[in-house]
Ligand binder design. Sequence first.
Ligand code: BV8
Ligand code: ZN
Length: 228
Amino acid sequence: MRELRNIVVLTGAGISAESGVATFRGPGGLWEGHRVEDVCTPEALARDPETVHRFYDERRAGLATVEPNAAHHALARLDAEWRGELLIVTQNVDDLHERAGAKRLLHMHGELRSALCANCGGRRHWQGALAPGRDCDACGEAMLRPDIVFFGEIPYHMERIEHALADADLFVSIGTSGAVYPAAGFVQSARRHGADTLELNLEPSGGSIFFAESRMGPAGVLVPEWVE
Ligand code: BV8
Ligand code: ZN
């Protein structure tokens, strides 16, 4: 057993479920009647900006009504205390990991609390609604869009993530259905580089077969147990 020094944690919507943030693909996993694959695309933003902006504006506003749960706090404790390498990669666009105190954190699918200028690529922290098309203060164009990685767009931080997976001794996946790539392929990459693999999820996921160990249950229970 390699000395356990470098850990990569991947989180998905399931880690925020107990905070009251709806998941995508669970029961009723539709968003205001939308499938995430239908509104989370550059084509949808071009074709129907109001609907796409509303989809994200409502989720951004919802952040004010939710709090980090025991799973977010446990990962933040691990981040503060773990002296080896640690990288928390989240597919989530909420800010619950940050609010729990996590520091070694990357959002690979973007963040609700950030706006991206489709014209100049400028980014800025954003709280309120982005509709109906706010001006970018860097270039003056009304081209601000949600700073979200849509389907068909390249996820953020992929090089850093791939290096961390190559060096990992342990890869832990928490609350993700394994439905979306490249995140769903991280477990195989970690295994190929000799890492141990653990899945903490409410139910078996699309990738469960790739994990050396899968524990089923709510993240709010399993993650603090694992971190201790
Ligand atoms: C890319 C934006 C190229 C933000 C999202 C055909 C085959 C393979 C791949 C493809 C294909 N066709 C197209 C693709 C590529 C595509 C893809 O994977 N499509 C899928 C649908 C097949 N991927 C892309 O386009 C990506 N880009 O590939 O670029 C590339 C590739 C590599 C390198 C360079 C370039 C871009 C994908 C990003 C899309 N953006 N979101 C937002 O709106 O939120 S994806 C969206 O799904 C969210 O980000 C979400 O995080 C993500 C995954 O969902 P989950 O987090 O897993 O949530 P889900 O509801 O599905 O599952 C929740 C889980 O939690 C469940 O298992 C449940 O049991 C569990 N759970 C529930 N409650 C609890 C719990 N667990 C514990 N405790 C609980 N209490
Ligand atoms: Zn701009």
